[in-house]
Design a protein around this ligand. Structure first.
Ligand SMILES: [Zn+2]
Length: 383
């Protein structure tokens, strides 16, 4: 194990990281996101990596696909490091949470979510290149511009790179206490549209078929699908319907959010939602939508379990105990879920701090070296 490289000092890492944090990059401001992409691209080109710039679409910023020089000509499935360089913080946040290091904490907008992790990927590749090392598998780093709003414009790119990958390491910050994520709930979104029969609510009520009344039946049926013991939730988040108080409503709609812990649950619950039938005669239901992020869990995926076990043993050699979140607690969406059909995914490998999405966001400086070293050692040993 003595042959494995050490990571940057915290001072060197923070110098490079602060240059990225100092360029504000809210998702909604494509020009701002492109400025941090410019900086990252220049940094990677300076160290000799190959950078492909993927133009933004739909008003979002560009994405970067960075390849290690030793990838050239290889068709072998490799390792992809996945990051985003957009943040939730509007322009001006830098004045509210200025770049500074105090009491072992490095502050700045987006430093924890997730410029520190994003920069750890850069710093790891720089260490390899400056020491003249390579990795056993091809190495690719992907930087997207729109993760904080759901990655609509980068999903296809992420999936394409995942198909070329054996492993996807997501460099988001570790969770509380440094836990990585080995399970994520799946998410489905649906819209339900009810069409009834309109009528005057006074003179012809008997002839009407109320879409609102039918929707009320459907909402109760949907919410009854929730099963906390199984980790399944169905929530109706928005409703609308009707045109006037004195009209039996012809139209009503609702939006549905489904969370499931396993693929088996996903198949069962999506079939139940898609199979909803009207309880009122002469009324029709139209259900659109489907799975948006796939669920996965370590017990269901031996490749994820093996990847975690390998990372855990490397961490033990470095001197810390790597834990993962209990199954079912990784319920927020992640770009790693676009990759899970194609590759083993380990999420939350970045250095970490706290206060994400607030003006107190910080990185715990003491996590830089152990997490960066773990990343470097993974890159040098995954095969
Ligand atoms: Zn993030």
């Amino acid at each position: 194990m003595t042959d494995l490289l050490d990571f940057d000092t915290p001072e060197r890492f923070l110098e490079g990281l602060n240059a990225w944090v100092g360029i504000e990059s809210p998702t909604s401001d494509a020009a701002a996101v492109n400025r941090v992409m410019d900086r990252a691209q220049a940094d990677f080109e300076r160290i000799g990596a190959t950078v492909e710039r993927v133009p933004g679409t739909g008003g979002r910023g560009d994405h970067l696909v960075v390849r290690a020089p030793w990838n050239a000509g290889s068709n072998e499935r490799g390792v992809t490091l996945l990051s985003h360089l957009d943040t939730v913080h509007p322009i001006g946040s830098l004045a509210l949470n200025p770049i500074r290091t105090e009491d072992g904490r490095a502050y700045g907008p987006g430093i924890n979510d997730m410029k520190a992790g994003a920069h750890a990927g850069f710093a790891a590749l720089r260490r390899l290149l400056e020491e003249g090392r390579t990795t056993p598998l091809p190495l690719t780093l992907v930087y997207v511009s729109d993760e904080e709003v759901g990655s609509q414009t980068s999903q296809a790119l992420i999936e394409a790179e995942a198909k070329r990958s054996k492993y996807v390491l997501v460099l988001e910050a570790a969770r509380g206490g440094g836990r990585v994520v080995t399970s994520r709930k799946g998410l489905a979104r649906y819209d339900l549209a009810v069409r009834g029969v309109p009528a005057h609510s006074g003179s012809a009520h008997r002839n009407g078929r109320s879409a609102v009344k039918e929707l009320a039946h459907q909402i109760l049926a949907l919410e009854r699908m929730t099963d906390y013991d199984r980790g399944v939730t169905v929530s109706v988040g928005m409703i609308s319907g009707g045109t006037a108080a004195n009209v039996v409503p012809e139209h009503a709609t609702c939006s549905i959010d489904l969370r499931v812990p396993t693929m088996a649950d996903a198949r069962e619950l999506t079939a139940r939602i898609e199979g909803l039938a009207p309880v009122t005669p002469d009324v029709t239901l139209t259900i659109t939508g489907g799975m948006n992020r796939f669920p996965y869990s370590k017990p269901e995926r031996p490749d994820v379990a093996a990847l975690f076990d390998h990372a855990r043993s490397l961490a033990a050699d470095i001197g810390f105990d790597l834990q993962d979140l209990p199954s079912g607690e990784g319920s927020g969406g992640s770009d790693g879920q676009f990759c899970i059909p194609y590759a083993a995914v380990l999420d939350g490998l970045g250095p970490f701090g706290g206060g994400s999405h607030t003006n107190g966001e910080f990185l715990d400086v003491s996590t830089i070296v152990p997490r960066g070293t773990l990343l470097l050692h993974l890159l040098q040993t995954l095969r």
